[in-house]
Ligand binder design. Structure first.
Ligand code: MN
Length: 128
């Protein structure tokens, strides 16, 4: 079981991710904006962060820059969850500091196992 921060502004996507993670025994934390997400990341010490790219205000790329510039937070695996499907988006996300990428629409059959793979192989040594 892991504490997983989700930064996502779409309520339906948030609901689905929270439901699936809880069903597999994980502890999701919810933030609907970048500001709230950065605040929770600092206060709650999540073991992994799932982050939408398209958010109102601060976008996912800026969130990635800030998390990866913070010595206390940069080792937490940061995974983009996004519908962006154009060639180069994955590379842009990885170049911006993301450690991985999960494509929307979220596939309920594979989502949690993808997340758990990143928990194991991400940069965090304290992952569950
Ligand atoms: Mn969004």
């Amino acid at each position: 079981m892991a504490r997983i921060l989700i930064i996502e502004d779409n309520p339906a996507n948030m609901l689905l991710m929270v439901y699936l993670l809880k069903a597999f025994g994980h502890e999701p934390l919810e933030a609907s904006s970048g500001t709230a997400g950065l605040d929770l990341a600092q206060r709650a010490a999540p073991q992994l962060v799932l982050c939408d790219l398209q958010l109102p205000g601060m976008d996912g790329y800026e969130i990635a820059r800030r998390l990866k510039a913070d010595n206390d937070l940069k080792s937490i695996p940061l995974i983009a969850v996004t519908a962006y499907a154009m060639v180069g988006d994955r590379e842009k996300a990885l170049a911006s500091g993301f450690d991985g990428y999960i494509a929307k629409p979220i596939n309920p059959e594979t989502f949690v196992s993808e997340v758990e793979n990143y928990l194991r192989s991400g940069r965090s040594s304290s992952a569950a």
